[in-house]
Design a protein around this ligand. Structure first.
Ligand code: ADP
Ligand code: MG
Length: 182
């Protein structure tokens, strides 16, 4: 599934080819802002996948599987959150923007999804009836099941914060590049 997303982080390729460190580890955060329309979902999902790919560029062996699973799960969670901002927060309102901020440490990635639409009342969202799964009403449940922590703060903007732990591929030290000629 990773290959489904465009390699927005073209520098990954250059890095692999030249074996030059990308200025060490990126410290972030990075922010993406798109109009609140479903047409931008693919772009947002691709951007999240690209950041994961860059963060995991030193992964080898089993860490590659964790990177792939991590990326697919984070992309799915962010995709649901993005859908909700577009469909629910701006319902009946002039569509604004959805902003994503990605930051990371050596063992977790955090994504803030921000909108300036109607606030979500998390307490009023009932858990889905899993004995009769429906197409609607699964998004919040899916998000919670794919990340380690989900918080929501209503305001201007409203902020949904998703945090996901990674154990094997974040914070790997850069491999040394070729020595410069004397
Ligand atoms: N970002 C949001 N802003 C405002 N309301 C939201 C937001 N996300 C979810 N909601 C509300 O919570 C409900 C449940 O969301 P979700 O579980 O994703 O199911 P669905 O999107 O299929 O209705 C939505 O129907 C909507 O009323
Ligand atoms: Mg939804």
């Amino acid at each position: 599934m990773l290959e489904d997303y465009p390699r927005l982080g073209g520098s990954v390729v250059a890095d692999d080819v030249t074996r030059q460190p990308l200025s060490g580890l990126m410290s972030g955060p990075v922010v993406f802002s798109v109009p609140a329309a479903l047409a931008y979902r693919e772009l947002i999902c691709g951007a999240v996948a690209a950041v994961c790919r860059v963060l995991g560029r030193r992964a080898r062996g089993p860490a590659i599987q964790e990177l792939e699973r991590f990326t697919n799960e984070l992309v799915s969670a962010v995709g649901e959150a993005f859908n909700n901002s577009v469909i629910h927060a701006y319902a009946g309102r002039a569509p604004g923007f959805v902003e994503l901020e990605l930051s990371w440490t050596a063992d977790e990635v955090t994504v803030e999804v921000r909108d300036t639409g109607r606030a979500l009342d998390l307490d009023s969202v009932p858990p889905p009836d899993l004995s009769m799964p429906h197409e609607r009403g699964m998004g919040i449940y899916i998000i919670k099941s794919l990340v380690d922590d989900m918080r929501y703060t209503a305001g201007t903007p409203n902020v949904m914060t998703l945090t996901k732990h990674a154990h094997t591929f974040l914070g790997l030290p850069s491999e040394p590049g070729p020595r410069p000629p004397p």
